[in-house]
Structure formats: structure tokens, C-alpha cells
Design a protein around this ligand. Structure first.
Ligand code: GLN
Length: 476
């Protein structure tokens, strides 16, 4: 038995029984990274094994996405522009991990500033999907998901603005949670779109996801959008029973563009949960067709504003043109941003700036915000009648590297099932629910109303306990 192949809760049991130690687990993980990561490239930084055995209650090493601040450690969002930036403080989630004994061990690859669905937009080069090295791992938290799937990490943190935890989890056959907006503090998460971003767990099973969310959730006065709502013990919610729960199937999600195999796997999911007592109801989220357009207005507008701070003055790199063009300062801003940002980041900055510019603000940004409200109201209405909604996480399984890099619109459209949870602030989980004929994982998404993560975990856990998908292991 390889320690790195176990879940955190299994390892914690072994540690309690003195059958292994944090140091041994860390060694197993580092050994696996050394053996395998040359092929996967899930990590962009792999620090040495922590020397002292950690004493907290949950002393299991964790991989961290490259957009979370750890005091004194380089963090770049996989962008040239932030190269060499070392934040002076820990993100709140990092503080919480450390206080619980969870040891940050390695930084994972991502799309630059979390712009993408494939981890191909990283200044360090792409990550590969452990199930098929010719395929993408999804994105933007592709490094975290691939690391967990390849057993190069026991568990990991990612961030999700439009699906960046759930979609890579689905593509890599692991579990990913986007918590309710405000559930987890964003302090120390480098901002993409502040009204959508949430940090969440990427794990091997639902139990670990519940455990990790319990560790990182909670009110934080350093984040004015964090919610002052008590954190329940999510482990208590893990009941193998959905008796009496009403689960909605949104008809707008089951349209053209979904792979036949993904669709079939949804029918199988319904059968499993019906057997455990759930009642399924076909329902409608009438504004779904506007969600991709709305997201790409709101998210790019916020991104263009958040990225305005990278100008060579306070963070990362500074570049000067070889020949003076305007004033020295403007030249420096321009050259730094031109060299520092990659193609997708520039595309988003331009889209967002356009949406916010005077003359277009009303037509794009303001209208986008209004449609966002309509999308949220669809969910509010639905959750008056039902307890949860299920859907696929992605319309397809992992696509091939390079397949969508020259077609940003088709890349954007692959977010169709994940972005409405961000626009409406609700929690959502992705967990494995099958494999395609070519051996690629399929993800099931479960959504609930805000702060109803317990119901979300209960549905996910029941499905997981009555199926074997999560036990399938990558052979690397
Ligand atoms: N794929 C989406 C995008 O490109 C979502 C990214 C994310 O959640 N960070 O914006």
C-alpha cells in the first residue's frame, strides 16, 4: 500500500493508530512527485519536505494553487508579470490550514490569473491529464486536480470563479467543491473577479472535501464579503441516505452539445439516488441561456479592474522599452504590461475594459448585472420547492491539448454548467460518476441553496457510497 494513494481521513486514522506519521506521508508524496510530475507538470514549485512533524489535528500535507498567498513564498498566478513576488502575509485559508496542522507542500499550476478551462494558459506551460497525457486536466485549477488524481497530493486547494475547481475535478476524476460565496475568506487569494471568486477543496473523496471545507470555512474580518454564518460540522452531514429529498433536473441543461456518454451517466445517477429515496423533479432555470454571456461580461469587467494594479510599480516584474515612446513612466507601465501578461489575460483586460467604458457601461456591464439577478432569481425560486439540483459538471470529458486554444469562444462555452453557481453564489460539488469508453472521467454536479452545503454533501456522499467510481485509480 502506498501512503500517497490514501485519502486524508484514512491517513489521519493511521496516524492516530501510530501506523504512520506526517513525515512519512510527506515523504511518500514528495517521492511520487519526483517520479511522476515530469510527465504531468501539476506543480510549479515543490519545496523541500517539511522537517518538523506537524502537531495539529489534521497534519496531512496539501498542494496549493499558485494564487494563494503564503508569507515569504513566491506566488505568481502562473503569470510572468508576478514573477518574483513574495507576499508579506498568509492568506486566511493558509492560516487556518497551518493552525490545523495541514502542511502546504508544493504549489500547483493554473491558467494565468485563473483565466481558462484547460491550464494551457500558464506561463510555465500546460499540465497534462493523468488519465490521458494527451488531454487537458481542465482549468483553471488543473494543477491541483491533476496532482490529486495522480496521487502527487493527498488533497489540494483551488479557486473557482466560473468552474475552476469543479471542471478540473470532473476532468481528472476527483472531488471538487465551490462553497457558497462568502463561506470561505478570500483574504490572500489573488483576485480574478471578486464577486465570483471562492476558494475550495479538491480531494479524492467526499469525506475529505467535507473535512477540508470545515477547516477553511468561516467568517473573517479581513474579507468584508465573508459571511458571519456559523460553520456546521460537515462530517456530520455525511449520511448514506437521501430519503425524502427533492432533487431538480433543470431541463435547460440537457440540450444539444452534451456528449451522449455524459447524458447516459446522468440517467444512471438518477437511478442510484432514486433507489436511496430521492424524488426527482424536472424543473426550469429559464435564464440559463444567458449565463455564459453574462459571466464573460461580469468576470472580465472585474478582472480588468483587479489587474490594473500590475503596472511594474508594486508587484513582480518591471520592464522598460528599448526606445522611449512617451513619458518614462507611461513607457514603463506599457512595456511591463505588454511583456508581463499572456494572450488570454490581454484579451480579458480588453473585453472587461470595453464593457466598463463610458458609453458601453449601460449596454454591457449594467445589463449584465441585471441578467445576473434574473439568473439568481431562477435559483431562489427553484429552491423554494426542491432541496438540490443535479447536472453534469461539463458537457464533455477532457478534451485534447491544443484542441481549443485557438477558439476562445468554444473554450468559454465549455463552462456552461458551472458558471451559474458562481453568478448566483450557491454552493456546488463535482464528483466522479462514470468513465467514457476512452477511459476519461465524467463529473456529476450537485448544487444547493446558499449555505446548504450539508445537503450538498449528503447527496454527494450517498451517491459516492453506492457507486465505485471514486475507487478507480490512475495507473502512472
Ligand atoms: N473557465 C472559466 C474562465 O475562464 C472559469 C475560470 C475560473 O473559475 N477561474 O473564466
Amino acid at each position: 500500500m502506498n501512503l500517497n494513494e490514501l485519502t486524508a481521513h484514512e491517513l489521519l486514522d493511521l496516524i492516530k493508530e501510530k501506523k504512520t506519521s506526517t513525515a512519512e506521508v510527506s515523504q511518500a508524496v514528495v517521492k511520487k512527485i519526483q517520479a511522476t510530475d515530469g510527465r504531468i507538470h501539476a506543480f510549479v514549485r515543490t519545496p523541500a519536505i517539511p522537517v518538523s512533524a506537524n502537531s495539529g489535528a489534521y497534519s496531512i500535507p496539501i498542494a496549493i494553487k499558485d494564487n494563494l498567498c503564503i508569507a515569504g513564498e513566491e506566488v505568481t498566478c502562473c503569470s510572468q508579470i508576478l514573477k518574483g513576488f513574495r507576499p508579506p502575509y498568509d492568506a486566511t485559508v493558509i492560516n487556518k490550514l497551518k493552525a490545523s496542522g495541514v502542511v502546504p507542500l508544493g504549489t500547483t499550476n493554473m491558467d494565468e490569473f485563473a483565466f481558462g478551462s484547460s491550464t494551457e494558459n500558464s506561463c510555465y506551460g500546460p499540465t497534462r491529464n493523468p488519465w490521458n497525457l494527451d488531454c487537458v486536466p481542465g482549468g483553471s485549477s488543473g494543477g491541483s486536480a491533476a496532482a490529486v488524481a495522480a496521487h502527487e497530493a493527498i488533497w489540494a486547494l483551488g479557486s473557482d470563479t466560473g468552474g475552476s475547481i469543479r471542471q478540473p475535478a470532473a476532468f481528472c476524476g476527483v472531488v471538487g467543491v465551490k462553497p457558497t460565496y462568502g463561506r470561505v475568506s478570500r483574504y490572500g487569494l489573488i483576485a480574478f473577479a471578486s464577486s465570483l471568486d471562492q476558494i475550495g477543496p479538491i480531494t479524492k473523496d467526499v469525506t475529505d472535501a467535507a473535512l477540508l471545507l470545515k477547516i477553511i470555512a468561516g467568517y473573517d474580518e479581513m474579507d468584508s464579503t465573508s459571511a458571519n454564518v456559523a460553520v456546521p460540522d460537515y462530517l456530520q452531514a455525511l449520511k448514506n441516505d437521501v430519503q425524502g429529498l427533492k432533487i431538480g433536473i433543470p431541463k435547460e441543461f440537457f440540450v444539444d452539445g452534451m456528449d451522449a456518454e455524459v447524458k447516459e451517466s446522468m440517467s444512471a445517477v438518477i437511478a442510484v439516488l432514486e433507489k436511496k429515496g430521492a424524488k426527482f423533479i424536472e424543473m426550469s432555470l429559464p435564464h440559463t441561456e444567458y449565463s455564459v454571456a453574462t459571466y464573460y461580461i461580469v468576470a472580465t469587467a472585474e478582472a480588468s479592474s483587479n489587474l490594473a494594479r500590475y503596472d511594474g510599480v508594486q508587484y513582480g516584474i518591471r520592464r522598460h522599452p528599448s526606445q522611449a515612446r512617451r513619458t518614462p513612466m507611461i513607457d514603463m507601465f506599457e512595456e511591463t504590461r505588454d511583456q508581463g501578461f499572456g494572450r488570454e489575460a490581454k484579451r480579458r483586460i480588453m473585453l472587461g475594459t470595453y464593457c466598463l467604458s463610458s458609453g458601453y457601461y449601460d449596454a454591457y456591464y449594467l445589463r449584465g448585472q441585471k441578467v445576473r439577478t434574473l439568473i439568481k432569481q431562477d435559483f431562489d425560486q427553484a429552491f423554494k420547492e426542491i432541496d438540490a439540483i443535479i447536472a453534469p459538471t461539463s458537457p464533455t470529458t477532457a478534451f485534447r491539448l491544443g484542441e481549443k486554444t485557438n477558439d476562445p469562444l468554444s473554450m468559454y462555452l465549455s463552462d456552461i454548467y458551472t458558471i451559474s453557481a458562481n453568478l448566483s453564489g450557491i454552493p456546488a460539488i463535482s464528483l466522479p460518476c462514470g468513465f467514457s469508453k476512452t477511459g476519461m472521467p465524467i463529473g456529476l454536479q450537485v448544487m444547493t441553496k446558499p449555505f446548504a452545503e450539508e445537503t450538498m454533501f449528503r447527496v454527494a456522499y450517498t451517491y459516492e457510497q453506492n457507486t465505485e467510481w471514486h475507487k478507480r485509480k490512475v495507473n502512472l
